[in-house]
Design a protein around this ligand. Structure first.
Ligand SMILES: [Fe+2]
Length: 169
């Protein structure tokens, strides 16, 4: 990525008492979480649309609930970046450059594999959130730290539901 893409244009410098370098590190972590949220939203919708089999209705509805929760969180993540004087994602291309959640473009995915993959993606997001919380705490950014707690709880809940729904015994 070009270096100037990471610099906040003067006109977009929101005033903040937090240290600029520290908030920039937190913002970079939040932008990664934002990209992963969009990627996870898309994959959850993809599986909502393409799920098949005897548990179709249960899985179809659960995945829609989870996708709605993920997309609802994205605005708060992006606005937290802006509140601390930094800039956030601007495009689908920007998402692709920042995401660590892998896309799944397979023509067919078995329903148990869908649940397992999403469970692992949500647990990986939990790990990323814990790392971001350490950065927020180091930056004394208590508001971001508290919001990360909520996002972590939601991701853990999704992983729990995906685990239980996918159990065979
Ligand atoms: Fe739908």
């Amino acid at each position: 990525m070009a270096a100037d893409a990471l610099k906040t244009p003067t006109a977009l410098k929101t005033p903040s008492d937090l240290q600029t370098n520290a908030t920039k590190t937190v913002a970079e972590a939040l932008n990664g979480i934002l990209a992963d949220s969009f990627a996870l939203y898309m994959k959850t919708k993809n599986f909502h649309w393409h799920v098949s089999g005897p548990h179709f209705r249960d899985y179809h509805l659960m995945l829609d609930e989870q996708a709605a929760e993920i997309i609802a969180g994205t605005d708060d993540i992006a606005e937290r970046v802006r509140k601390t004087g930094n800039t956030t994602l601007r495009s689908i291309g920007d998402i692709a450059r920042h995401q660590t959640v892998k896309d799944n473009d397979a023509a067919f995915v078995a329903p148990d594999a869908m649940l397992g993959e999403l469970r692992d993606d949500n647990l990986a997001l939990v790990t990323t959130l814990r790392e971001a919380k350490d950065l927020a705490d180091a930056a004394k950014d208590n508001a971001t730290s508290a919001m990360i707690d909520d996002w972590t709880d939601q991701a853990e809940r999704r992983a729990w539901f995906l685990f239980e729904a996918g159990r065979t015994g």
